[in-house]
Structure formats: structure tokens, C-alpha cells
Design a protein around this ligand. Structure first.
Ligand code: F6P
Length: 322
């Protein structure tokens, strides 16, 4: 049966570049003679029938906008069997031949539930955390590390002027990916991540003392959100070194803003690829990146995959932050 209608939904935390993906999906679908439908508010929209037809013009002027024009929601409720059945039934009633879901791990799990009820799904990795195991990159990560970098550059100005130590918490849930990349980009003296069990003496104090002896007078310490210790570290540094310290939680600023060109291009390519898969009758896949190339992996394999952490990059960061 040819694919006549494709629906799109964004779910979980929004990520810059989601709009670029939506735009690509809508336009690529229309070019192929497929009707694109937008589902609002993530999986809740599927339950509440919040579905409308999208046109070439409904996605004008959104490629440069952060967030998602489809809105998003975290819906743990969706994993309830009655809701999944209702959502699958609503897909059939709306004559949806396939759904493209843009989101993180939880969103992929939601797609897996729908797929098990006969709904054809393709997922795009969309999260600033870059913690989706099957893909080297997720939509929004590049923008988030650029935003964090530019915010911390501002913090550095004041840390340098006051000769202070700034301890900055970055997002990333249980992953240290944002912390490590941002840490390199801002020349952090120490980077604390959930993937590595740090020792305060060795990984913070010794590094501050060593760089201080080499003439350094201000310090940036990056702390991944998953550790939840930014204030504690700031207080301990002040107490043990006497260096005046301040803690900053960057927070949701990292999730907003105009996507970088990198995220726009990758999201656009992913969107077109997802439509191509569904139009060829291929479904229940996650679009992923390996060595800068897109490929499709089965949803269940994607959920089983384990993300390896780039410790080489982490070591490099520390090697040069002196
Ligand atoms: O997954 C993206 C993310 O921003 C995480 O880095 C963070 O832990 C979480 O979402 C915050 O979620 P919320 O906006 O629901 O508080």
C-alpha cells in the first residue's frame, strides 16, 4: 500500500533544530505527493486528537527558530497499555500511514510501543543531551554546546576581572557529553561528569594548584547536571583554596535559541531521510549518524544499544587546560 499520509510529532525536551526537521519532513512529503499531518503536544496530541494538516507555508520561517512549532510534552502516562491502544486507534482513524517522532530515548520507547500495535514509526534523535546510544549526534546538541560556550565566555570575563573561580553546571541529564565538549571549548580547569568518579583532591585541588603555580589567576570548573553538586563544589573550593568562587547553573538557556547551521543541516537531512524510508515502506527505524553518514537502525536495536563515552576527548581536555 502506498504511503499517503505521514504524521509528525515532537516529544520530550525540545531541542533547537526540531523545527528544521519538521520543515524538511513537510516539504519532502508534499514533494512526494504525501499529505503531512502535525500532531501537537507530543504523544498527548495523539491521545487527544490534536492533529491538523500541514502545508508548505505552515513551515515557512521556522528553520531559524528554536523550540518546536508542534509543542512538546513529557508523557510517562503514554506507557499505559490503554493509552497506547487508544493512540494506535486514533492513528488508524486519521488514516495515518506512518509517524515520524522527533525526541530522545523516552520518545523512541513510545514509538516502540506504537510499533508493537502495528503503527509504522520512524524516529529522529532530538535532544540536546546527545545521549542516544545508536547515534553519534542528536538534533540540538551542537546548538546547546555553542550556547553554553558563549554563556561561559561571558562568565569568564567576570571571573577573570575578579580573579575568581566559577563553577558552572551544564545540562545533560545523566550524560557528560555537553560538559566535556563545552569544557574543551571554554578551556575549563576541571570537568566533572557522571561517567567518571572524580576525586576532589586529585581532580580539582591539584589541578587548581598546578595551574595557579603556572600563573593562572581565574578558573572555570564545569559540572555536569547529573552529579547535582555545583554548590557543594563551589563551597569546597572556597574553603580549601581560599579562592573566591561562584556557582552558576546555566539551565534552560541551553535548550533555546536559533539552531546552528550544523543542527539545521543535519535535522533537514534527517527529516528528508525519514520521509524517504516511509515512502519506501520501511518503518520502525531510528535515523542515526555514524561517521557523518545517516543510516537507519531498528527501534528495538536502537533501544538495546549502549552509548560509549569518549574518554579520549575527556583526557585531551585536561591535557591542555593548564
Ligand atoms: O533532555 C534534555 C534536558 O534539557 C536535560 O538536559 C535536562 O536534564 C532535562 O531535559 C530537563 O527537563 P525539564 O525541562 O523537563 O525540566
Amino acid at each position: 500500500m502506498p504511503t499517503k499520509t505521514i504524521a509528525i510529532l515532537t516529544s520530550g525536551g525540545d531541542a533547537p533544530g526540531m523545527n528544521a526537521a519538521i520543515r524538511a519532513i513537510v516539504r519532502s512529503a508534499i514533494t512526494k505527493g504525501i499529505t503531512p499531518l502535525g500532531i501537537k503536544h507530543g504523544y498527548s496530541g495523539l491521545l487527544n486528537y490534536d492533529i491538523w494538516e500541514m502545508t508548505i507555508r505552515t513551515v515557512s520561517d521556522i528553520i531559524e527558530r528554536g523550540g518546536t512549532i508542534l509543542y512538546t510534552a513529557r508523557t510517562p502516562k503514554f506507557f499505559n497499555e490503554d493509552d497506547i491502544q487508544k493512540a494506535a486507534e486514533n492513528c488508524r482513524k486519521s488514516k495515518i500511514d506512518g509517524i515520524i517522532i522527533i525526541g530522545g530515548d523516552g520518545s523512541i520507547r513510545g514509538a516502540d510501543c506504537l510499533a508493537q500495535h502495528g503503527i509504522k514509526c520512524v524516529c529522529l534523535p532530538g535532544t540536546i543531551d546527545n545521549d542516544i546510544a545508536c547515534s553519534e549526534r542528536s538534533i540540538g546538541f551542537d546548538t546547546a554546546i555553542n550556547t553554553a560556550t558563549s554563556m561561559i565566555d561571558k562568565i569568564r570575563d567576570t571571573a577573570q576581572s575578579h580573579e575568581r573561580c566559577s563553577v558552572v553546571e551544564v545540562m545533560g541529564r545523566k550524560s557528560g557529553n555537553i560538559a566535556v565538549k563545552t569544557g574543551i571549548a571554554v578551556g575549563a580547569t576541571a570537568i566533572l561528569i557522571p561517567e567518571y568518579k572524580f576525586n576532589f583532591e586529585k581532580d580539582i585541588l591539584e589541578r587548581i594548584n598546578f595551574t595557579q603555580k603556572m600563573g593562572k589567576k581565574h578558573f572555570i570548573i564545569i559540572v555536569a547536571e547529573g552529579l547535582n553538586i555545583v554548590d557543594e563544589i563551589m563551597e569546597k573550593i572556597t574553603k580549601t583554596t581560599g579562592i573566591d568562587s561562584r556557582a552558576t547553573i546555566l539551565g534552560h538557556v541551553q535548550r533555546g535559541g536559533s539552531p546552528t547551521a550544523f543542527d539545521r543541516v543535519m535535522a533537514s537531512e534527517m527529516g528528508c531521510y525519514a520521509v524517504e524510508l516511509l515512502s519506501h515502506g520501511i518503518s520502525n527505524k531510528v535515523v542515526a549518524v555514524k561517521n557523518n553518514k545517516l543510516f537507519a537502525i531498528g527501534i528495538s536495536d536502537a533501544l538495546k544499544a549502549k552509548k560509549s563515552f569518549d574518554f579520549r576527548l575527556y583526557e585531551r581536555a585536561l591535557e591542555i587546560s593548564i
